[in-house]
Design a protein around this ligand. Structure first.
Ligand SMILES: *[C@@H]1O[C@H](CO)[C@@H](O)[C@H](O)[C@H]1NC(C)=O
Ligand SMILES: *[C@@H]1O[C@H](CO)[C@@H](O)[C@H](O)[C@H]1NC(C)=O
Length: 503
């Protein structure tokens, strides 16, 4: 007889300063397009594109807002969010797209400018666009620091002379090693993509790419020549003081994408970002504003529920995850039928070559690589708890000191692995996860996660099950633990189907 055990874990997280997170479960396209860098042309490398179906090789604000649909969760959001994709280069030289798990999550952090806290936060103006990161960068150059070292305490960044825009831009990148069996790393903790052996050994649930955009604006220009000079980072990347001349505080955009690097465990090869970058120093992302300005300002003013859930903002009109996934853009014919998913051939799409650092990459692809470089590896470190309510790089969301009480754990009759006991709770439909990773150490397998918001708390419920063939009846196991929201939330990406007939 089969025995089914459930471990039901309730995690309570105290939310922090106001924000909302925009889920974009669908991608409108995966293509070599970038209307900011290459208007009217095919772009150098492949991007994963989320948001308005009005996107195109030379899309305008009007194209975005008048489009029929968005692949994000709020229909008033016709913005476009895009970032490079990740490939795996097999030992035989063929490249294969790494699956993206759960679409993209885009945070809108509503932090005031600490230099001028009363000035408030202004909606992005019509036509606003920007780029974060530098596709050509191939090194980490923050003064006096090895990229393998964790960032110094934020309070001394200014004293160390590390609040220049170039430094902040490098600290705005994060590559979070996901392993839901241990305490999560802080966001923006590691500023490079670990190598494959490290990912295989430590990151059982893949890797999360993170990028923070500048949120201080010059108040005048909706774009600039390099798509960066009209904006600047506050001195702690996510929050802090805006530099002189950039006195208008915008919502702080933070993108997250999860890549199922765990599907390649045991295979020889290396991961490479679609722009030919092995280490992640050249990771970057683009944004084109596609909201009605007045509507966005209302949301910025009113959608301050610290849960961060778009469901908790009365102004937003939500759409289902299926609807998000159905929204697709029309790909320009100039792209031909370029294969960008699955095994794509013996080069990255666009024949992008791997370019090693430390000098900057060239835009024109220079031919085959001639050198190899050591990819740095820093060891795991659990994120630290913020001492105030402001969430900053290297930290994780503040959580309650003790867990809340778990609801009655569901039990199951023998012979079934159903988890109906928690079916009443809201369960997001999530992009099917790729290959499940290796079985977890505790012998339990996470089969689903759910979220329940109560006031300022986001409860994440992880349902685990263990299937054994024994003769006794059901037993129930309940435990509590704490996992911070920013990471815990992502457990929702790894919705898996129980392997019901495991032997
Ligand atoms: C892109 O669109 C702008 C504005 O509509 C236009 O001025 C420009 O010529 C277009 N560029 C290309 C390459 O199509
Ligand atoms: C590091 O990268 C920056 C930006 O690409 C570049 O200006 C600098 O020359 C690089 N440093 C070295 C030592 O190559």
């Amino acid at each position: 007889m089969k025995q089914v055990n459930f471990a039901l874990i309730i995690i309570a997280i105290q939310a922090v300063a106001a924000f909302w997170r925009m889920p974009c479960r669908g991608a409108v396209g995966l293509a070599r397009l970038d209307p900011l860098v290459n208007p009217g042309e095919v772009s150098q490398h492949v991007h994963s594109i989320h948001g308005s179906s009005g996107f195109g090789d030379n899309a305008t604000y009007e194209d975005l807002v008048s489009a029929e649909c968005t692949s994000c969760g709020v229909i008033q959001d016709k913005s476009v969010y895009w970032a490079p994709t990740l490939y795996f280069r097999h030992a035989d030289g063929t490249y294969e797209l790494v699956e993206q798990v759960g679409g993209m999550l885009n945070y809108y952090f509503l932090y005031n400018d600490d230099a001028n806290p009363s000035s408030g936060i202004k909606a992005f103006p019509a036509g606003f666009r920007m780029i974060a990161g530098d596709s050509l960068r191939r090194n980490y150059s923050v003064a006096g620091l090895d990229v393998k070292q964790a960032d110094p305490e934020k309070s001394i960044w200014a004293m160390l002379g590390q609040t220049g825009q170039d430094d902040l831009q490098q600290r705005a990148l994060g590559f979070n090693c996901l392993n839901y069996q241990r305490d999560p790393e802080g966001s923006l903790y590691r500023h490079y993509l670990p190598d494959k052996s490290y990912l295989d050994a430590n990151c059982a649930d893949g890797v999360r790419f993170e990028i923070m955009f500048p949120s201080c604006w010059d108040g005048k220009n909706i774009d600039s020549h390099n798509h960066k000079d009209h904006v600047a980072y506050p001195d702690l990347v996510m929050n802090g003081r805006c530099p002189k001349g950039f006195n208008v505080k915008l919502p702080g955009l933070f993108y997250e994408t999860i890549w199922a690097t765990n599907a390649f465990v045991g295979k020889d090869g290396e991961f490479v970002i679609s722009n030919g970058d092995l280490n992640g120093f050249g990771y970057h992302a683009d944004f084109m504003m596609g909201w009605d300005v007045g509507f966005l300002q209302t949301a910025v003013n009113d959608c301050t529920n610290p849960s961060g859930r778009v469901e908790d903002c009365p102004h937003f009109t939500l759409q289902s995850e299926d609807e998000q996934r159905q929204c697709k853009m029309k790909l320009p014919s100039m792209l031909g039928n370029e294969k960008v998913a699955g095994v794509v051939g013996n080069s990255l799409p666009g024949n992008v070559q791997i370019q090693y650092g430390p000098g900057p990459a060239t835009v024109v692809n220079p031919g085959p690589p001639t050198a190899t470089v050591a990819v740095p590896t820093v060891s795991y470190s659990a994120g630290t708890q913020p001492t105030d309510t402001v969430y900053v790089p290297g930290q994780i969301f503040k959580e309650l000191s003790s867990s809340t009480v778990a609801p009655a754990a569901p039990s199951s009759s023998s012979g079934s692995s159903s988890s109906e006991g928690v079916a009443a709770l809201a369960q997001p439909e999530i992009t099917p996860a790729p290959e499940p990773p290796a079985p977890v150490d505790d012998g339990y397998e996470i089969i689903r996660t759910d979220y329940v918001t109560e006031g300022n708390l986001v409860n994440m419920i992880i349902v685990k099950e263990k299937i054994e063939y024994v003769t006794i009846m059901t037993t129930t196991y309940t435990s509590t633990t704490t996992v911070p929201a920013l990471n815990a939330r992502h457990a929702g990406h790894m919705h898996r189907h129980a392997r019901r007939h495991r032997r």
